[in-house]
Design a protein around this ligand. Structure first.
Ligand SMILES: Cc1ncc(COP(=O)(O)O)c(C=O)c1O
Length: 315
């Protein structure tokens, strides 16, 4: 009997075009992107930069930066704990959808047991609220009830996390009204887009989401690489993995660097741009799968780096 694989929501085969795009970055151009003192290191760094710009372009995220992670679970951890552990984050409450993935629900559960210091208020604990979702009789089963969100929101809510494409039943959440409701009270919106990116037309700027988590292995990329989109502005995100400053590749200045607190620059380096050539390869792969899936060529933006065509990923 021939075995067929029907579990693409769990993970996908790596696309042969991605493997093809990765091989030169393992064989010939294997240098560390943090090694700016030689040509091959600079070429690796340029490739990482190019991939970053392509991904931001394809995801319609001109106002975001990309942190490369090991996958969506790490992205979600960074978004949640990076926000709540920031010493200048005065808000103490997280709201999550009842139908969110365990990667979010488990972070929420852990957050309730933690205390992080606050410069003014001292150590304080956190509260977590669970947002009601539409029941099974609804066409939008599993989607967040906007009224329930509006009722739960208040000025103590730092972040709301919702799932964009439900991993069990496939319901797609309409993000924009949720983002508006969150922003009305100054809360940030994180969306877990792990099951949606690569399958639906998705542009971050249209949703107005602040943080977006995703993982390459869900859409024909390799396992062990993912991303967190973070807003360039309104950001207070504390690194969760320390070190990696040697791998700085993007000369981006952020207004919200704050004294002894590691800057977002450190965070992006520490959390994501690890000093491993393997990571470079994986990043090249993530960029390439987005590129090849479109079947279109990236074009050079006049002001900075490479931008992909004005469309999102799909397959
Ligand atoms: C909705 C959703 N979020 C998060 C994850 C975790 O993704 P990863 O395996 O990349 O950490 C998954 C994986 O199944 C998922 O379906």
């Amino acid at each position: 009997m021939q075995e067929i694989y029907l579990d693409n929501h769990a993970t996908t085969r790596v696309d042969s075009r991605v493997i093809e795009a990765m091989i030169p970055w393992m064989n010939d151009e294997f240098a560390n992107a943090g090694s700016h003192t030689h040509g091959s290191g600079r070429r690796a760094a340029a490739m990482v930069e190019q991939c970053t710009e392509q991904i931001l372009g394809l995801l319609g995220a001109p106002n975001h930066e990309l942190v490369f992670t090991s996958g969506a679970t790490e992205s979600i951890n960074l978004a949640i704990f990076g926000t709540f552990s920031h010493p200048k984050q005065p808000r103490r409450s997280l709201l999550v959808g009842l139908a969110d993935h365990r990667a979010v629900l488990d972070c929420a559960k852990r957050l309730k047991t933690l205390e992080f210091g606050d410069q003014k208020l001292g150590n304080q604990s956190f509260s977590v609220g669970y947002l009601k979702v539409e029941d099974a009789t609804s066409q939008q089963a599993g989607a967040i009830d906007l009224e329930a969100l509006q009722e739960a929101l208040n000025e103590n809510v730092a972040m709301v996390s919702v799932i964009l494409g439900n991993n069990e039943i496939g319901t797609l959440q309409n993000i924009e009204p949720l983002a508006k409701a969150c922003h009305n009270v100054g809360a940030l919106l994180h969306i877990d887009a792990t099951q949606a990116i690569g399958k639906i037309d998705f542009r971050v700027e249209e949703t107005q989401a602040d943080f977006v988590s995703f993982s390459a292995h869900k859409f024909y990329g390799p396992k062990g690489i993912g991303g967190l989109l973070v807003p360039k502005e309104r950001l207070r995100l504390r690194p969760q993995i320390i070190g990696g400053g040697q791998s700085a590749i993007r000369d981006v200045k952020y207004p919200w660097n704050c004294g002894d607190v590691p800057s977002f620059g450190d965070c992006r380096r520490g959390a994501a741009i690890r000093s491993s050539a393997i990571a470079n390869v994986a990043k090249a792969a993530l960029g390439s799968i987005l590129r090849v899936d479109r079947g279109t060529r990236a074009k050079r933006a006049p002001d900075r780096g490479w931008l992909a065509p004005d469309r999102t990923i799909a397959r």
